[in-house]
Design a protein around this ligand. Structure first.
Ligand code: PGA
Length: 245
């Protein structure tokens, strides 16, 4: 089965860096046929990435979206319609950094997911436990609670879920294969118990994925793809991951 390999640039990049990135990327890397590859980029650079990715098979993604649907007096917000103007195909929702720094609640995340779906943009819904929750064996409880954001009205057909243990993000620490398998299996069973048609939801793993561990992680049952932070910022590293899976 084809895998989904997505990069998350977070708040990184500059005009110069993007120019260098694409001049280092070989054109054949941009026409990967085997897998679905994409980058979630900072809002101000959507237009530039759209230009660079135009002739490629890569998907353009955003890292967030507004909870508000209609345009109006929402200073600092970016709407689904604005994302559509740049042919944005997917957007992250509920990344742990948004949960941590912006205290994003389930109700807010539900609105964002619904907005994206109404605009035919794929939400990549991120879930994952922090270290204390893992150590106190509350991982499943936390995942269950986070998955409540996918309420009954949400059509799960076009959703992707990314499991990202927060303690593994940017730390170089990776869960064991068994831990990844167990969490993804749990996520799948939880969604299935709420949305009977959800057996096809692709599940991604994210957290310290590199060219050295991608192959092993992707081979774990239930892992349909990867969400990559740091390593997506360097074309060589990102392509190494894409080629290794
Ligand atoms: P990382 O980030 O690959 O740098 O650990 C992953 C993420 O936050 O999506």
């Amino acid at each position: 089965m084809d895998k989904i390999i997505l990069g998350n640039w977070k708040m990184n990049g500059s005009l110069k860096m993007i120019e260098n990135y694409f001049s280092e990327l070989k054109s054949e890397s941009l026409s990967v046929k085997k897998h679905t590859v994409g980058l979630a980029v900072p809002f101000p650079y959507l237009s530039l990435f759209q230009k660079y990715l135009k002739q490629s098979s890569w998907m353009l993604g955003a890292q967030d979206v507004s909870q508000f649907m209609e345009q109006g007096a929402y200073t600092g917000e970016v709407s689904v319609e604005m994302l559509k103007d740049f042919n944005t195909q997917f957007a992250l929702v509920g990344h742990s950094e948004r949960r941590q720094y912006f205290k994003e609640s389930n109700a807010l995340l539900t609105r964002k997911i619904k907005n994206l779906l109404s605009g035919n943009i794929i939400p990549i819904f991120c879930v994952g436990e922090i270290l204390e929750e893992k150590e106190s064996q509350h991982t499943e409880q936390v995942l269950n609670e986070q998955l409540n954001a996918l309420d009954n009205e949400i059509d799960t057909k076009n959703i992707v879920i990314a499991y990202e243990p927060v303690w593994a993000i940017g730390t170089g620490k990776i869960p064991t294969q068994e831990e990844i398998y167990t969490s993804l299996k749990y996520i799948r069973s939880q969604i299935l118990s709420r949305h009977s048609e959800a057996d096809k939801i692709p599940l991604l793993y994210g957290g310290s994925v590199s060219g050295d561990n991608a192959k092993e992680i992707i081979s774990i049952e239930h892992v349909d793809g990867l969400l990559i932070g740091g390593a997506s910022l360097k074309p060589h590293d990102f392509i190494k991951i894409v080629q290794s899976v």
